[in-house]
Design a protein around this ligand. Structure first.
Ligand code: SKM
Length: 166
């Protein structure tokens, strides 16, 4: 079974992917984690050294690799915003699940994780990041086969809901 998780940063894609992978005993890939595996750099370090444009190229390359591998995939928050990536996911043999979170859920998670973890959060601040979230909403909805509202739900509950809807 192939499942691709999409959604804004802080919506819980990585956590839900881990839970899904454990429950279904299917391999899992995380696009942001692949940057670290392939370059030895964290996302903030990569942004700092190479900038966002290079990051987007690497992200597309990683997406192609991960979709070819199959299994559970958690994407980066901005992955579907590149037209090429949108098409790659749309045409891949995968169920695409949008983890939809309210603004205050995202704010809470981002502040909890810390500004250093998220270069765009650092650049844009909280107002800018929420504006970006609104700009992206329609693209996530258009790409999704299934939409799950994640607010106030445990990863287990989200996984159960997801399995029912697939
Ligand atoms: O992929 C990382 C990176 O920080 C960019 C990003 C975004 O554009 O929303 C989200 C993160 O998952």
């Amino acid at each position: 079974m192939n499942i691709t998780l999409i959604g804004f940063m802080g919506s819980g894609k990585t956590t839900v992917a881990n839970a899904l992978s454990q429950q279904l005993e299917i391999e899992q890939n995380d696009l942001d984690e692949m940057v670290l595996q392939r370059t030895g750099l964290t996302i903030p370090e990569y942004f700092e050294q190479y900038g966002e444009a290079k990051f987007r190229k690497l992200e597309m390359d990683n997406l192609q690799l991960a979709l070819a591998t199959g299994g559970i995939l958690s994407t980066g928050g901005g992955t579907p915003m590149q037209a090429n990536n949108f098409k790659l996911i749309q045409e891949a043999n995968t169920a695409t699940v949008f983890l939809n979170a309210q603004d205050n859920t995202i704010t809470h998670h981002l502040i909890h994780d810390g500004i250093e973890e998220r270069p765009l959060f650092k650049q844009l601040g909280i107002d800018g990041i929420i504006k970006l979230k609104h700009e992206r909403q329609l693209t996530y909805e258009q790409l999704a086969d299934v939409i799950i509202d994640v607010d106030h739900k445990s990863p287990e509950l989200i996984v159960n809901e997801l399995m029912e809807k697939l």
